[in-house]
Write a protein that binds this ligand. Structure first.
Ligand code: NAD
Ligand code: TYD
Length: 340
């Protein structure tokens, strides 16, 4: 079994590559990544010498390159993580989100059609469902919830999902889609809420909370997302969408306060800043289908996963300090300069 994992130098793709290389030593895992600002080969250090692992640098939207790669490698399965993934960046510069998330996905689908695969899996997000109101805690996203996006990021992901489903219906391509809630865990790029707050709190820097901090996200440890995708690849039904989440809803303020408490830092570091335009209020996944049809169960709750994650950031300072020392400061100043 030869599996192409795209975006495997990023946060979730990197964790998935670790999982697959170690769990399925008889599979060949080929990691294709463009190494954008979010891609980091340091993340692959633990597996880079394994005989069943290979890295290839390239762009999923480069048709000539992708067709040649598929012709040469003859993949059995494709798992597409490669994407522009940050909502705030999609607000500043939507075009690259269309290029990578939509055109890149279609390029991969075309290669799968041409060269034949047994499964194409699209790693999608709960953000395609839009948001839920804070005063309706009884509501959750199911696989039947209509797509109703808010940001250029979620719009590009929803668009990709529609193309994936159209290749199933029109061309009979064997596809599956997973839509997961917010992930956290090791190797998370410090532009996203949890690693941003951990790294800044450790440096006694202000923690920028958008708006009033009451927005709710449904947090899942990345290891649990990886086991869900592995399960869907092996047991999922083609043409189906599976929601992935573990019922761990927290307001952003609760998340930030939990991190401050764990690091023994004062709440006075919190700084309320200008809200994100179009900011989604609440995400909440109903994972019943994945649990009942495929038997998936998450190992971590937020209360066990957050200490594990903080521990990882304390023990792997080099990994994230190297990022902060690069072009990151420029990003932070541009994104937060007018907010802080
Ligand atoms: P990430 O930004 O950490 O990593 C993305 C990776 O894709 C990087 O390594 C980057 O170099 C690579 N990449 C970008 N453009 C590329 C291109 N054109 N060709 C090849 N590689 C390219 O993202 P992440 O948080 O790991 O998310 C991975 C996937 O999971 C995304 O598709 C995202 O939409 C989805 N997702 C993320 C979350 C979350 O909470 N982070 C939740 C649900 C779904
Ligand atoms: P983020 O990690 O960007 O994920 P997403 O927007 O895809 O859910 O943000 C999570 C939540 O945290 C979201 O409601 C926005 C908020 N947030 C802040 O309050 N401050 C920040 O500096 C960042 C990056 C996010």
């Amino acid at each position: 079994m030869k599996i192409l994992v795209t975006g495997g130098a990023g946060f979730i793709g990197g964790n998935f590559v670790h999982h697959m290389v170690n769990k399925h030593s008889d599979y060949e895992i080929v990691n294709l990544d463009l190494l954008t600002y979010a891609g980091n080969l340091e993340t692959l250090k633990p597996v880079e010498d394994k005989p069943n692992y290979k890295f290839v640098k390239g762009d999923i939207a480069d048709e000539t390159f992708i067709m040649k790669l598929f012709a040469d490698e003859k993949f059995d399965m494709v798992v597409n993580f490669a994407a522009e993934s940050h909502v705030d960046r999609s607000i500043s510069d939507p075009g690259i989100f269309v290029q990578t998330n939509v055109l890149g996905t279609v390029t991969l689908l075309n290669a799968c059609r041409k060269y034949g695969i047994t499964r194409y899996h699209q790693v999608s997000t709960d953000e395609v469902y839009g948001d839920l109101p804070l005063d309706r805690p009884d509501l959750f996203f199911t696989e039947e919830t209509p797509l109703h996006t808010s940001s250029p990021y979620s719009s590009s992901k929803a668009s990709a999902d529609l193309f994936v489903m159209s290749y199933f219906r029109t061309f009979g391509l064997p596809v599956t889609i997973s839509r997961c809630s917010n992930n956290y865990g090791p190797y998370h790029f410090p532009e996203k809420l949890i690693p941003l707050m951990i790294s800044r709190a450790l440096g006694d820097e202000e923690l920028p909370v958008y708006g009033n901090g009451e927005n709710v996200r449904d947090w899942l440890h990345v290891y649990d997302h990886c086991t869900a995708i592995d399960l869907i690849l092996h047991k999922g039904k083609v043409g189906e969408v599976y929601n992935v989440g573990g019922h761990n809803e927290r307001t952003n303020l609760e998340v930030v306060k939990t991190i401050l408490q764990a690091l023994n830092k004062p709440e006075s570091l919190i700084r309320y800043v200008t809200d994100r335009p179009g900011h989604d209020m609440r995400y909440a996944i109903d994972p019943t289908k994945l649990e009942t049809e495929l038997g998936w169960k998450p190992k971590y709750t937020f209360d066990t996963g957050i200490p594990q994650t903080i521990e990882w950031y304390l023990e792997n300072r080099d990994w994230w300090e190297n990022i902060l020392n690069g072009s990151y400061q420029e990003y932070f100043d541009t994104m937060y300069g007018t907010r802080l």
